[in-house]
Ligand binder design. Structure first.
Ligand code: ADP
Length: 309
């Protein structure tokens, strides 16, 4: 499978080529899933996606995504939800910024899931995710998501206490039940016309350290560093374990996970834009031809405008 390099030296991938690259990172079933067996964070799909062509490929992907988003918006039937989860400094924000850089802002709804306040804590854990769901015709981006309730909350039991669940419900099965709820929620969304894609940006511990140090050393990156990030780094292995379980419990053909190598930002971005394009291309995003009555109304409007003095 060789990618083609066309005349001006720009590499293009066919949908089939892109699909087989995406297949390396796509998880559609939890059976036998092991996070540590996944392609290493530094992977870049070898010669198929050479670094030299990354910018041109990304620019092409961003343009294609913009065309598809316009059709999604005009057709106004399907919605898309892209969930981004990752350890700190894995590049969620940069990926969202670059991948979405070409789309019409009116068609995209980005929600960042922060430490919950009292209103959120007074509800069940899916409540704020439901409120933030994209409307038909829109792409919703969750920067962190409902998954935090089976990740950070699981790693830190004191956070669970703040959720004020009745004591009778805090049994051993709590996490399994939450993951079941998430799987059922996403199946429901898929059945209602929301395409669900989930990205785990898989950064290595060594690369996280390098990026933290960079944030500490460069003045204009200081704002990105929080001492809480360092505290969470100490729980690295716990997070890998809960991520592994959450991905295994919720990976499905209608709500796939992509375990995206994240040590090379250019590669992360190409995989994410490729996965979104592939999912949108699988929809029949045609703008319906006007009905006879609509045609007549358009013709009448044209006549009215033309007859204006
Ligand atoms: P980010 O790290 O995504 O760039 P912030 O630095 O504002 O953004 O961090 C948001 C924090 O909110 C993260 O530490 C995340 O774990 C936390 N968070 C998100 N959802 C929940 C939740 N349901 N319960 C507790 N903490 C949460």
């Amino acid at each position: 499978m060789d990618a083609t390099v066309d005349e001006p030296g720009t590499l293009r991938l066919s949908p089939k080529q892109m699909r087989s690259i995406l297949d390396c990172y796509r998880v559609t079933s939890g059976k036998g899933f092991r996070l540590k067996n996944y392609d290493p964070p530094a992977d870049t799909a070898g010669h198929l996606l050479p670094r030299a062509h990354a910018n041109a490929l990304l620019a092409h992907g961003v343009e294609r995504l913009a065309e598809l988003q316009e059709k999604l918006y005009a057709q106004d039937r399907w919605a898309m939800l892209c969930v981004f989860q990752a350890m700190d400094a894995a590049g969620k924000d940069g990926t969202i910024k670059h991948v979405m850089s070409g789309v019409n802002p009116q068609g995209v709804q980005v929600t960042s899931f922060k430490v919950p306040g009292p209103e959120v804590l007074a509800h069940d854990f899916l409540w704020r995710a439901i409120l933030a769901l994209p409307e038909r015709g829109r792409i919703g981006i969750f920067n962190r998501s409902h998954y935090e309730d089976v990740l950070v909350v699981r790693v830190h039991p004191d956070i669970l206490a703040k959720q004020r669940l009745p004591r009778e419900l805090l049994g051993k099965k709590l996490w399994e039940q939450r993951m079941d709820s998430i799987a059922a929620f996403e199946r429901h969304l898929a059945r209602q016309g929301t395409v669900v894609l989930k990205f785990f940006l898989n950064v290595s511990k060594a690369e996280q350290k390098r990026r933290f140090l960079e944030r500490l050393e460069e003045k204009d990156k200081h704002w990105k560093f929080s001492s809480n990030d360092l505290a969470e780094r100490a729980f690295w292995d716990d997070y890998q374990r809960v991520y592994q379980e959450a991905i295994a419990a919720t990976a499905a053909p209608h709500a796939p996970w992509f375990v995206v190598p994240a040590d090379n930002k250019w590669f992360t971005r190409l995989i994410v834009v490729g996965a979104i394009i592939e999912a949108l291309e699988a929809l029949d995003l045609r703008i319906a031809a006007p009905t006879e009555a609509e045609e007549a109304a358009l013709a009448a409007a044209r006549r009215k405008l033309e007859s204006e003095a």
